[in-house]
Design a binder for this molecule. Structure first.
Ligand code: 5RP
Length: 228
């Protein structure tokens, strides 16, 4: 790949892949940026003999990794991961993240929590002053209790509805439904994280607090980084 052809998302993906070492267990994220990372790992395996085991954060990234010839292990066989690399929808100055446009929040947060290092790959369009600035907060709910959860989330100031998918509803790979909820600009992500964690029936939500080790930001053909 020539330097001229590399966009900001690819650039951060290459930057992260250069930090992957032999014999690591590497968590694979979901989305267009994570796909560049997966492709680069596959290239390094093919051309440089990089020896790694990968674990995917979604059905989509499982399929892509399989097609590219990466060695995958199921999440249920692991208790520790060396490195997880994924994109994000928003990143705050305090390194809080908003994730979940891909609907698979449980696996993404499990990998982020279980990993020794979690690298987040973004371009500068993802940088925000506060979480929830550009996107609603995705909240994965058990289908049988979605209305009770919606009411609880409304009681803490949320507004929104179930995420649609065509004529139907978006469903995670575990069969959860997704609520997309907006909140008053006054509420900070840490408080919201705590409040959502306390609501029964929420399987997981898209605020990732205190989980990222490093944010790699692609901007003006450079990669800058923010470290924990
Ligand atoms: C999926 C995610 C993605 O990482 C996030 O949506 C960013 O996607 P992209 O790299 O395509 O901009 O959280 O659940």
């Amino acid at each position: 790949m020539s330097v001229q052809q590399v966009n900001d998302k690819q650039r951060v993906a290459l930057h992260a892949a250069a930090r992957v070492q032999h014999d690591m267990i590497v968590g694979l994220g979901t989305g267009s940026t994570a796909n560049y990372f997966i492709a680069e790992l596959a290239r390094k395996k093919r051309e440089e003999g990089l020896n790694i085991t990968t674990v995917a954060s979604s059905v989509v990234s499982t399929r892509i990794a399989e097609q590219m010839g990466l060695d995958l292990v199921a999440i249920e066989h692991l208790s520790n991961i060396d490195l997880y690399v994924d994109g994000a929808d928003e990143v705050s100055p305090q390194m809080a993240l908003l994730k979940g446009r891909g609907s698979d929040l449980v696996r993404e947060k499990l990998l982020a929590k279980a990993s020794d290092q979690f690298f987040v790959l973004v371009d500068n369009s993802k940088l925000v002053e506060r979480i929830g600035e550009n996107y609603p907060i995705p909240i994965e709910v058990a289908p049988f209790c979605w209305q009770l959860v919606l009411k609880s989330v409304q009681q803490i100031g949320g507004e929104g509805m179930l995420r649609a998918n065509g004529d139907g509803l978006a469903v995670s790979s575990h069969g959860s439904l997704i609520l997309d909820m907006t909140f008053d600009v006054g509420i900070n992500s840490q408080d919201l994280n705590d409040q959502l964690n306390a609501i029964p029936g929420i399987v997981e939500h898209g605020i990732f607090e205190q989980l990222a080790t490093a944010i790699f930001i692609g901007e003006n053909e450079q990669v800058t980084q923010q470290l924990k």
